[in-house]
Each structure stands twice: as structure tokens, then as C-alpha cells.
Design a protein around this ligand. Sequence first.
Ligand SMILES: [Zn+2]
Length: 280
Amino acid sequence: MIKITAIETGKAICKTLQETAQNNNRSGIGRKIDIFRDPHFVDPLPILVYLIEHPEGNFLVDTGDTWRNSIHGYLPRWNPFFTKMVSIRVAPAEEIGFQLNKMGIDPAKDIEAVILTHFHHDHTGGLDHFPRTRIIGSRENYAEYLSVKGKIGGYLPQRRPIWFKPELIDFTANPTGGFSASHPITKDGRIFLVPTQGHCTGHLSVVVRGDDFTYFLAGDASYNEENIRNEKTDGVTFKPDVALATLKNIKSFATNEPTIVLPCHDRNSMTRLANKQTFA
Ligand SMILES: [Zn+2]
């Protein structure tokens, strides 16, 4: 049996123009200026982590963020994108490790692998709970995470655990379902990764062929299902055309087979999962 559980690990509050850019043609830099000038914040968005229970073990998609965001100095003060544009609210007991424990799962022992859709801080802030776990991410995104550009644009590599050495994936083979490549996670092939570039370089999504439906764990490929449906890119992307192509890919994938689409910050992800509401 394969089971997917959504776990809310706190809230993120961002500008409206981060969630949805004004239009798809706006340039990467233009989008950042728009976010900067936007006086409006969205209602709090959930920071979701997905647990996949599979016969080969438990897999976790992303790790959420950490309560340490609340400590002065944790976020680099020189960078307004961390301190003024986004507000992360995580209570200690909301962190993924505590929540797994509450479910009877020991994060240090009972997780086969953690898969990171990308290395943005609200997806990697919970890594400290997994010091002995296999952690999988994309090589391309890992390079961006460690770069100077990364430090400016949403990554906190300086806060990574000292033991952090993820297993890095290159997407080079096995095109599937309209995606240029794929990478199997389980031996039975029912959990696999596909490239979903755009929100950032080397972003990936996790596809799970469940017993009933297919689940598309989209990370931040889009902040919500509606934006996929309406082909609306976010304010974060530096490559709008690539982000748009990804939205179209996901849309066509989820139209071709009954798929429940589950982004990381979608207010309706939990309801859709509970009601088994497919995209098409
Ligand atoms: Zn992100």
C-alpha cells in the first residue's frame, strides 16, 4: 500500500506578487522589483511537507523550515528579501522532526530518504532532524544553493548542517509523461522524480503512482494548483519562459492521467488530498 500524508510545518507570508507575478512576460529582475514595491501580503500560506509511506520505506518530500527564523541574526540582515519580503512563522513543535515523532515515526531512523524539491530555506530548514538519513536533491539546484546568487535569492547555505552531503541527481535519461527526463527512487518505479525548472534552477517534482491515483508533489514549481491551471508564473522565477513551459508540462501530465496535484504552499492541498480531488 502507498499512502501520502501532508504535514503542515508552519506558515509563510509573502507578497502577492511573489505568489503570482503580474504577467508571464515580466522579466526576472522586473519581477523582483514588483515584489519589492508590492504593498500587499498574502494570507498566510502553509509550509507543507509530504510523507510517502511505501513498501520500500518512508520517504519525505522537503523538510519545511525551522523556528530559528525567529532568532535575530538567523536571517541575513543585509538582505531585504529575507527580512522584509517573506515572513516565516514556525513554532518549535511545528518542526517536521517533532511532528513525525508524534506520528510514531523516528525521524533519525524511520525515514528511508528525504527528497528535496529544491534547497530554498523553507524546504531545507528542517534538515537538522535527519543527520543519518539519505538526502536527495538535484545537482543543478545544489550548485545554485551554494552560489553567491543563491545567497541573495532565497537560499541559506550558511545555515546547512555541517554533515550535509546530499546525493545529487542529474536528469539525463528516461523521458516520461511529457517530461524530458526522470529518475526512479524506488525499485518498483512507483516513486520517481521529474525536472520542473523555473521557480529556480534545477527544481524537481516527485511523482507517486499510488494505488488509486497518481500524486504530483510539485514543491514550488507553482505555489498553487490554480496557477498551474491558468498558466500563471510566480514572482520568484528568473526564467519566465522556462517556468511557463513547466506549468504547461504539469498541466498536460495531470490531464492525461488522474492526478492529485500537491504544491508545497497551496492552501487547498490538504483538502484536495483528503477529498481525493484530481486535477482534471
Ligand atoms: Zn521555493
